[in-house]
Design a binder for this molecule. Structure first.
Ligand code: TRP
Length: 330
């Protein structure tokens, strides 16, 4: 049997180049080797966005259009919505019975995020339970692998601990899921801070060519280079990190790096070539995105169909889980 991969994304905004490099490229590659299930983690979005839920469903559709534009094939992978498979919540409740609260309090992202998002009240059960819900998302499909970023590795560790404890009470039911990390290092935002829509430092997958051009021209670059004839630093320079990630013309990239180090190229040329490379890469995605969105119910139909396929699997697992917990009434 083909090993299964499960991963999810929270619908909290438009997708940007960071999502492409950090997730979508890998999701696309995995499709040919694994039985892939990718979902909109709308309940996870609620854990921090519960006070303003207006955009959720439109972001969900918009994000999935981007997934497909990036190469996710809804025929090959199962694309679905978490809240359309309520069995995730049932499994979460059953698992919550055996999970000591300190295990969740110890997860590093828990306190970090509470401090980072200080304007939001995250002292909720929903937020504390975030990684446990993530565990239910994964094990309900008996997935072996979970493509995630570095920041999610601690969540997967918790999930494996919970699985072992659950098995201790009720017997073997699930594989212990392993993370699949992206090889590519995290890209900084346009201003060299962490890439985040809240900093307004992203290039979105849905940006048009002109917007990309404008954003690239105001990118942060080597600050000591106030004139084109001053030798510049390539390493860690966001403009070159982006060249490495998106410019397929390796000869051009090498030439620009050499001349940058020597102080024989202007920033404008380096950035113009970067903008062109990003637009060349985004163009076919823009086309596919437009194609998908031209059919008004297409994305919804894909998600409905995927969710019912996912649900059939989840229901089968829940039968086994209820039996194991001895909650079978018929
Ligand atoms: N926590 C993940 C993130 O923020 C999203 C997510 C929710 C997820 N459930 C998941 C990822 C299950 C992988 C598997 O990126």
């Amino acid at each position: 049997m083909t090993p299964r991969v499960v991963s999810g994304m929270r619908p909290t905004g438009k997708l940007h180049l960071g999502h492409l490099v950090g997730a979508l490229r890998q999701w696309t590659e995995l499709q040919s080797t694994y039985d892939c299930m990718y979902f909109v983690a709308d309940w996870h979005a609620l854990t921090s966005e519960y006070a303003d839920t207006d955009g959720l469903t439109s972001y969900a559709y918009d994000n999935v259009a981007d997934w497909i534009a990036a190469g996710i094939d809804p025929e090959q992978s199962t694309l679905f919505v978490q809240s359309l498979v309520p069995e995730h919540a049932e499994l979460y409740v059953l698992m919550s019975m055996v999970v000591p609260i300190p295990w969740l309090e110890r997860v590093p992202t828990y306190k970090e995020q509470i401090e980072h998002l200080a304007e939001k009240d995250l002292s909720t059960i929903g937020f504390l339970g975030y990684p446990l819900l993530q565990g239910a998302d994964i094990v309900i499909y008996k997935a072996q692998y979970v493509p995630v970023g570095e920041d999610q590795v601690a969540h997967l560790e918790l999930v494996r601990e919970v699985v072992r404890r659950f098995h201790g009470f009720y017997g073997e039911l699930f594989p212990e899921p392993q993370p699949l990390l992206t090889r590519f290092p995290r890209l900084p935002g346009l201003d060299n801070r962490k890439m985040s829509k809240s900093y307004g430092n992203t290039i979105d997958l849905s940006d048009d060519a002109e917007a990309v051009q404008k954003k690239v021209m105001r990118m942060y670059t080597d600050p000591k280079r106030i004139r084109a004839d001053i030798p510049g630093t390539v390493e860690g320079n966001p403009v070159f990190l982006y060249h490495d990630a998106f410019n397929l013309d390796e000869v051009e990239v090498e030439d620009l790096k050499t001349r940058y180090r020597a102080g024989t190229v202007g920033d404008v040329e380096v950035k113009q070539k970067l903008a062109r490379a990003i637009n060349t890469m985004l163009d076919p995605m823009r086309e596919r995105r437009a194609e998908v969105l031209a059919q008004p119910t297409r994305v919804r139909d894909i998600l409905m169909d995927g969710s019912s396929r996912a649900r059939a699997i989840a229901q089968e697992t829940m039968k086994q889980v209820r039996d194991a917990v001895k909650l079978a009434y018929s």
